[in-house]
Ligand binder design. Structure first.
Ligand code: F0G
Length: 457
């Protein structure tokens, strides 16, 4: 059989509300053309993020009822800790409420003024936490990763030569940790190979620098390794995951992605003394070390989710359904970041709206056009998210790409939902010259994409 099906059936449904074009037009205006300000109920297909939006399984819901809510030493904690140790081989497991809480603890310990933290590409909360500590965050993505239409298997890899150059230039004592984001969200959801992780590890060893993974999408990354890396085809995803973590000294994880839960995070590490200090901070702001800001039932759902995500039938369906969306868009003539990533498709909005200049926010304009036409919500990753004003001239400095991300929640939408998205994007593309640019009315100085307000030009 060639058809890859959703390897689950639906037991509980949540109705979607259909809106008219006139309703959506009014909602867009009252949301000032910012999708973050649209009420979720008025969205038909929500592709804003794959984070915290997964559908939980019947076993996860059963775990929710079994959850032990004891303050200290809950049964649910021991189960969660055992699962994480088994999957990752890491001796210290700290529960947190989500990924950025793990990042805050790690960089409060390792960051600080004068320090530099390199990565293939930092996610924006990771970068913000590093900068908040006073340290500098540096992206060292390989050259292939910067070419959107180049098809290569591991475009999330780090440029290892540049890592070594950086270490030699600033001195290893200024680099407290090297991070690797797997898969690389900022760079299109592209995977990192085992070979690249090994090469980075060797450089780290040479200079005595620890290596941490930002492992939110570790299972998707491992599945790409199985599909694409030489000699890995006959190995299990579980074994590949073990290899990935074996190369690291620790990891920050948002369980809202490959943990298949709606809330939760993890901080993993090998070093006993660092773990002791991290536990002290955990108690200070998250909660006691056996629950870390979560309910016992959340720990149960995570323990189950982290195992289910390693099911290779699930991963085959997951990676294939994102690829299917990418193929459909390419077939309609739409340019995307290639090859399709693990959790999302990134549309080249500069090409889609070639009649708009970066100052007219083509990505945001496209996000609004998709919502207006079909009730689909994506997110701009371009000048709204990353543009900055030059303090000297007052002119906008634009990022290298204007993208729209369509992130696919896990186990939530069926193939017909995806077919609908393909059809909608193709229709908007056919009429693309009618998409109007946007003017910024006001925005806060930091993380402005969440609350910025726009008007149509
Ligand atoms: N690291 C990566 C690679 C991420 O994609 C995210 C979240 C985080 C860290 C932070 O985790 O949200 O649990 O605090 N990414 C979401 C997204 C928000 O839409 O890509 P968190």
């Amino acid at each position: 059989m060639k058809t890859i099906i959703e390897p689950f059936r639906i037991k509980m449904v949540e109705p979607l509300r259909l809106t008219t074009r006139a309703e959506r037009e009014a909602i867009l205006r009252s949301a000032y053309f910012n999708p973050f300000l649209i009420p979720a109920e008025a969205v038909l297909i929500d592709l804003l993020t794959d984070s915290g939006t997964a559908a939980m399984s019947s076993e996860q819901w059963a775990g929710m009822l079994r959850g032990d809510e004891s303050y200290a030493g809950a049964r649910s904690w021991y189960r969660f800790e055992a699962v994480m140790k088994e999957i990752t081989g890491m001796p210290h497991v700290l529960p947190t409420h989500q990924g950025r809480a793990s990042e805050r603890i790690l960089f409060e310990l390792l960051g600080g003024p004068g320090k530099i933290v390199p990565s293939n590409s930092h996610f924006d909360t990771t970068r913000a936490n590093i900068e908040h500590s006073g340290a500098e965050a540096v992206d060292l993505l390989c050259e292939e990763g910067k070419k959107p239409r180049l098809r290569r298997p591991f475009k999330g890899n780090m440029d290892v030569a540049r890592l070594e150059e950086l270490i030699q230039k600033v001195g290893p004592e200024r680099i407290p940790v090297v991070m690797m984001t797997v898969t690389n969200n900022t760079g299109g959801g592209q995977p990192v190979s085992l070979a690249n992780l090994r090469a980075v590890r060797q450089v780290c060893d040479r200079y005595g620098i620890p290596l941490f993974l930002d492992a939110c999408r570790f299972a998707e990354n491992a599945y790409f390794i199985k599909l694409r890396e030489e000699g890995q085809q006959h190995r299990s995803v579980r074994d590949i995951v073990r290899d990935m973590f074996a190369l690291a000294d620790g990891a920050t994880i948002s369980a809202k992605k490959d943990g298949l839960v709606n809330i939760g995070g993890v901080l993993l590490m090998r070093d006993d003394q660092l773990a002791q200090r991290a536990n002290n901070l955990l108690i200070l702001t998250e909660g006691f070390i056996t629950y870390g800001g979560l309910a016992g039932r959340d720990l149960e759902a995570m323990a189950q989710g982290f195992q289910e995500v390693l099911d290779e039938d699930y991963l085959q369906y997951r990676i294939r359904s994102v690829e299917y969306l990418g193929e459909g868009l390419l077939h309609a003539g739409v340019r995307i970041v290639e090859p399709p990533g693990g959790h999302a498709i990134y549309i080249d909005a500069a090409d889609f709206c070639e009649h708009l200049t970066p100052d007219e926010f083509p990505g945001q304009a496209l996000v609004c056009a998709l919502y207006r036409h079909a009730g689909i919500r994506g997110v701009e990753i371009g000048s709204v998210m990353f543009g900055r004003q030059d303090p000297a001239t007052g002119r906008m400095i634009h990022p290298p790409m204007q993208l729209v991300r369509l992130a696919i929640p896990r186990r939530v939408y069926t193939q017909s939902h995806i077919d609908y998205v393909i059809e909608a994007v193709a229709e908007v593309y056919a009429d693309r010259s009618s998409i109007r640019g946007l003017r910024l009315i006001d925005a806060p100085p930091l993380l402005r994409h969440f609350t910025a307000r726009f008007e149509e030009i």
